[in-house]
Write a protein that binds this ligand. Structure first.
Ligand SMILES: Cc1ncc(COP(=O)(O)O)c(C=O)c1O
Length: 403
């Protein structure tokens, strides 16, 4: 047998890993309620806006099917820069680099900044690639705590205690996946004050859910940073409801001018992978330049589904949740002892017994996510109600069976 690389053999992505047993059940004829994947298109009533789809398809028909510039199409870089500037920092089109989603932007940032022995400080729990990718570059991800009993707020003391010269990147996911917490200006300012004591440290501000904010607190990290370098990440996947297009970007805020070499590395890496999808960039451009009133309608649907889930969870014995301030996830605590110590078993049993698919919290952090499940709350009301009915009877049945 030819060996697999140790890099690849340890990669896990909990959100899709649980799909394997679900697909098997489907192939046996069962229908599964899937509340596992953060893809708004998978749920009814939240389509990609028509004018964006039309621009994408017009681009295809107009023959825009060639390679485009490696850092992104000039008009799109311009529109992204204007959008980032509207969030309160002076972003120019030269600061913007268009990628195949935030996921590729992350790989580029890690490749351009990390060496053997470096550390990435990321929230625990976190979106899984923040753990999976840095190790490919010889670095390690260390988790800082989110306060599970305080709305999953960032634990600034924990961050401070974990900072050292090896920490190259400090990650803030805001709003957070999987917890939905939104950090406000005060907390971000404190985070910046901590970071600026460490001159080799840069902030990765993953703001891909920024317009899905119910708290009114969300603010761009770059807009508050007067000295600390920030990579702002965003794209078309969540706020523009087009994750399959695979378009995102990183925008560099470098107020102290310390990133010239890193920027050169980023540009070399981007040239070496040619470019992001050309017609998809034109679809995104239409979204940024067009009227955004449609977002209100989508947002009110998301909000009412959020409320339904909060109401249902509050009445189910065995579940507790900190109300999320943003994004479209609930990170639900399992309070029954038999599940609080075994969230993955909960997910597998729920799938097999009730045909409802959620993700185990330990997939977002073995230590800090354990005893939780993540629910994507974008399904329609009827589906959500059915899912919660089944979760409730599952909890009751297993509690009775134990007695
Ligand atoms: C925090 C966070 N960042 C990035 C991504 C992926 O972004 P993209 O689709 O642009 O690669 C996700 C997807 O769920 C996410 O939750």
């Amino acid at each position: 047998m030819i060996p697999v690389s140790s890099r690849a053999s340890t990669i896990e992505y909990a959100i899709r890993d649980v799909v394997v047993p679900a697909t098997k059940l489907e192939s046996e004829g069962h229908s599964i309620i899937k509340l596992n994947i953060g893809d708004p298109i998978a749920y009814p009533g939240l389509p990609t806006p028509r004018h964006m789809v039309e621009a994408y398809s017009a681009a295809l028909l107009d023959g825009n099917n060639g390679y485009s510039p490696s850092y992104g199409m000039p008009d799109l870089r311009e529109a992204i820069a204007a959008d980032e500037s509207s969030k309160g920092w002076p972003c120019s089109s030269d600061d913007v680099y268009v990628c195949h989603g935030v996921t590729e932007a992350l790989q580029i940032i890690f490749a351009a900044t990390l060496e053997e022995g470096n550390k990435v400080l990321a929230p625990g729990p976190h979106y899984p690639p923040y753990m999976a990718y840095p190790q490919m570059y010889g670095a390690t991800t260390i988790e800082y705590a989110l306060k599970s009993d305080d709305g999953w707020a960032i634990d600034l003391d924990d961050i401070e205690s974990k900072m050292d010269d090896d920490v190259r990147l400090l990650v803030l996911i805001n709003p957070n996946n999987p917890t939905g917490n939104v950090a406000g200006a005060d907390e971000i300012q404190k985070l910046l004050n901590i970071t600026k004591k460490w001159p080799n440290c840069m902030i990765v501000a993953d703001e891909i859910y920024d317009a899905l904010d119910f708290s009114g607190k969300q603010v761009s990290v770059a807009s508050l940073s007067e000295d600390v370098p920030v990579f702002s990440l965003n794209g078309v996947s969540k706020v523009y409801y087009a994750p399959g297009w695979r378009i995102g970007y990183l925008a560099i805020h470098d107020p102290s001018g310390v990133l010239l070499n890193v920027r050169d590395g980023i540009e070399r890496l981007l040239r070496s992978r040619l470019c992001a999808s050309t017609p998809a960039q034109l679809g995104y451009l239409a979204g940024l330049n067009g009227n955004r009133d449609w977002m209100n309608e989508h947002m009110s649907k998301v909000q009412s589904r959020r409320q339904l889930c909060l109401d249902r969870i509050s009445k189910i014995d065995g579940l507790e949740v900190e109300a999320p301030g943003g994004a479209f996830y609930m990170f639900v605590r399992l309070t029954d002892e038999m599940w609080s110590k075994n969230d993955k078993e909960f997910v597998l049993q729920l799938l097999h017994q009730e045909h409802v698919l959620v993700v185990h919290g330990s997939g977002f952090s073995p230590e800090k996510g354990a005893g939780h499940i993540r629910i994507v709350y974008l399904a329609d009301e009827k589906t959500l109600n059915t899912a919660f009915d089944r979760i409730d009877s599952f909890l009751q049945r297993n509690r009775t069976a134990k007695k």
